[in-house]
Design a protein around this ligand. Structure first.
Ligand code: ZN
Length: 337
């Protein structure tokens, strides 16, 4: 009993500390400055963050979300990521107890947070995160996960190969393909299939919400400005009914799908509006801006700034599968047979 309580507390504290480290990874990895020895600094004024101001979550609350030096707002995503990683590590211990799979899943959920956030910021899934999951997949060839090697080998290819073919024709990032390859290796074909299906459903729902929100925002802007081209007004009018329908639909789905979806929708909105946002310390802003510049240079027809990154949905679907995968597979087979 005492040991269990100690391990719960250890999971929580280690989860917080690693969550803090994940923020650094998410911020530095896309910039290629991951191995720089520079200490964390305020993105607004450049003042180094002192150790006593760098306590996960708590420092944010004490400083009321502002830099001690320049009082610029610090993005709430830093403490949120720390808290999320902490919660998931505690849940892992609650579900998988004292076992190798707790450690495997601790590493996995932390990597998934990085994948989701970096893909959200930059529309890229870093290879290093895929390699980490690949290593987890290889380690679990030792019989600790209950997944047979045959299932693992089929899992590698059953989703990734069809997606790779789709990727050849565009419309799918290679990062997503590699992610499904390594997830298949870790989970085996049954669960990677579940991950794929859940991610597609979540992705479709989120896309509907995203499009509805964007169209409504555009509609409002045209109405407010009153100076846009006529054809835009026409299309705005024509779409108005559609929009309100979709808005209702998305509203309904929000309540059905719960908090996670709501967060997601809010997050997407933030990206759409980040160009206008003047909040300091939000590193998605600068990265997003850089991304837009790149797109302009490349001049490609698929404009990522208007697309939705798929990585966050894969990450969320994988989390659901880590905790509910067995239940989902059992329920599904009961339904069929
Ligand atoms: Zn500052």
């Amino acid at each position: 009993m005492a040991l269990t309580i100690t391990l719960y507390i250890f999971s929580a504290l280690a989860g917080l500390a690693i969550g803090s480290f994940l923020n650094v990874v998410i911020y530095r990895l896309p910039k290629g400055t991951f191995f720089s020895k520079a200490r964390s600094f305020c993105p607004n004024c450049g003042a180094p963050i002192k150790a006593y101001d760098n306590i996960p979550v708590i420092s944010y609350l004490i400083l009321k979300g502002k830099c001690r030096n320049c009082h610029a707002s610090i993005s709430p995503r830093y403490p949120l990521i720390e808290a999320l990683n902490c919660i998931l590590w505690v849940v892992n211990f609650a579900v998988y107890g004292i076992s190798w799979m707790t450690i495997i899943y601790d590493i996995l959920v932390s990597v998934l947070i990085v994948v989701a956030m970096i893909d959200f910021d930059t529309f890229e899934i870093p290879d290093s995160s895929n390699v980490t999951i690949l290593l987890l997949g290889l380690i679990t060839f030792f019989p600790i996960s209950g997944v047979s090697w045959q299932s693992k080998l089929i899992g590698c290819v059953c989703i990734s190969v069809p997606l790779f073919i789709i990727a050849l024709f565009g419309g799918m990032g290679l990062g997503d393909v590699k992610l499904f390859f390594v997830l298949g290796l870790l989970f085996g074909w049954q669960k990677v299939l579940v991950i794929f299906l859940i991610s597609v459903v979540i992705g479709a729902v989120a896309s509907l919400i995203f499009m509805a929100v964007r169209k409504r925002n555009e509609g409002e802007e045209t109405l407010e400005d009153g100076q846009s081209a006529e054809d835009e007004n026409v299309s705005a009018d024509a779409l108005e009914e559609n929009i309100s329908d979709k808005a209702d639909l998305s509203q309904a789905k929000l309540t059905v799908d719960g908090q996670a979806e709501e967060d997601k929708a809010a997050g997407t909105e933030t990206v759409a509006e980040s160009a206008q946002s003047e909040e300091f310390g939000d590193n998605s802003q600068s990265i997003d801006g850089a991304q837009n510049d790149e797109d302009a240079e490349e001049g490609e027809d698929d404009v990522p700034s208007k697309a939705i990154p798929f990585g966050p949905f894969i990450a969320l679907a994988t989390l659901i599968t880590v905790y509910l995968g067995d239940l989902i597979i059992k329920g599904y087979t009961n339904l069929i047979f």
